[in-house]
Design a protein around this ligand. Structure first.
Ligand SMILES: Nc1ncnc2c1ncn2[C@@H]1O[C@H](COP(=O)(O)OP(=O)(O)O)[C@@H](O)[C@H]1O
Ligand SMILES: [Mg+2]
Length: 267
C-alpha cells in the first residue's frame, strides 16, 4: 500500500483500510483505500481527486462529510472519528443550498445551529457574501433562475466556508457551469483559499482545472478502487490564467492525462 505521507505533521483527514460494497459484499467498489491529508495550519492545502466515473470519488467525499460510513475501515477528521460534532459540509455540482431560503439565511444557517445571535450571524454572513461577490443579492431566494448557476455555487461556497472554515469538500462543483463562469469560479476559489487557508478536497473530471487548482492531484483507479498515484503540482503558489500558458503547466496536463488513460485501461 502506498503511503502518501511525507512528514510528521498531523493528519486533518485520515482514511485507512477503507472498503466499500453496496451489495452485501458481492462486489467491491473500494478496497484497501488510504487517503491521508496533512494538517498545515495557516497554509491549508488543495487536494484534487481524479478518477474514472463510478470509481467511488463521491463515496469518499461522503465519508469525509460524515454522510456515510464505509463498509470497513476508519475515517478520521482532526484525529477523531467522524461524528455529529466534526461533520464537514459539502458543495455539490447542484442543489447545495435550500431554495426556500434567502442567500443570507443559507449562508448564516450553520451559525444558527451553533447558537449565535441573529445580528452577529447576519454580520458574519454578509462579510462572506461580499467576499464571494454576491453583495446586493442577499435577500434573493437561493434558487435557479433567480440566481444563476455560478451565483448558486458562490452561495454554496460561502455557506460551507462559514460553517467549517478548515475543510472544504467539493464534488464536481463547477461541472455544470459554462466555461467563462467556470474560470471565474476557479479564480474565486483560489482567492478564498489564499485568504482562509482551508484544506480543500475537490473532485473534477477536468484535467486542466485539476492542474490549475491543485497542490497535489490524487488519482483513483477503476473499481475495486483506491488511490494509485499522487502527482505534485510544482507550479507557483500564485496562479493566474497566464500560468496555463506556461510550458510546465502543459507538461503536467500531459502527465496527468497519460496516467488517466493508464488507469482507465488497467485491470
Ligand atoms: N447508495 C448507493 N447504493 C448503491 N450503489 C451505489 C451507491 N452509491 C454509489 N454506488 C455505486 O458505487 C460506485 C461508485 O459511486 P460514486 O462514489 O458515486 O462514484 P464516482 O463519484 O467516482 O462517479 C458506482 O458504481 C455507483 O453506482
Ligand atoms: Mg461522483
Amino acid at each position: 500500500m502506498a503511503n502518501f505521507q511525507d512528514t510528521e505533521l498531523k493528519n486533518i483527514i485520515d482514511l485507512r483500510n477503507i472498503k466499500q460494497s453496496y451489495d452485501g459484499g458481492e462486489t467491491w467498489i473500494l478496497e484497501n483505500l488510504e487517503f491521508l491529508i496533512e494538517d498545515k495550519p495557516a497554509q491549508g492545502q488543495f487536494a484534487v481527486i481524479l478518477g474514472p466515473s463510478g470509481c467511488g470519488k463521491s463515496t469518499v467525499l461522503r465519508y469525509i462529510a460524515g454522510l456515510q460510513k464505509p463498509t470497513g475501515g476508519t475515517v478520521k477528521i482532526h484525529e477523531k472519528e467522524v461524528g455529529k460534532d466534526n461533520r464537514v459540509s459539502m458543495v455539490f455540482q447542484q442543489y447545495s443550498s435550500l431554495p426556500w431560503m434567502t442567500v443570507l439565511d443559507n449562508v448564516s444557517l450553520a451559525l444558527r445551529y451553533k447558537g449565535m445571535l441573529k445580528a452577529e450571524r447576519d454580520e458574519k454572513a454578509m462579510e462572506m457574501i461580499e467576499l464571494v461577490g454576491l453583495a446586493g443579492h442577499e435577500q434573493k431566494y437561493a434558487q435557479y433562475p433567480t440566481l444563476s448557476g455560478g451565483q448558486l455555487q458562490r452561495v454554496a461556497i460561502a455557506r460551507s466556508l462559514l460553517a467549517n472554515p478548515e475543510i472544504l469538500v467539493m464534488d464536481e462543483p463547477f461541472g455544470a457551469l459554462d466555461i467563462g463562469t467556470r474560470i471565474q469560479m476557479q479564480d474565486l476559489l483560489l482567492k478564498l483559499w489564499h485568504q482562509f487557508h482551508p484544506t480543500i478536497i475537490f473532485v473534477t473530471h477536468d484535467i486542466s482545472e485539476a492542474v490549475y487548482l491543485a497542490d497535489d492531484i490524487y488519482i483513483m483507479k477503476k473499481a475495486p478502487s483506491r488511490f494509485v498515484e499522487k502527482i505534485h503540482v510544482d507550479l507557483p503558489f500564485n496562479r493566474t490564467r497566464e500560468t496555463k500558458r506556461e510550458a510546465r503547466f502543459e507538461e503536467l496536463v500531459h502527465q496527468v492525462e497519460d496516467k488517466m488513460v493508464e488507469v482507465a485501461t488497467a485491470k
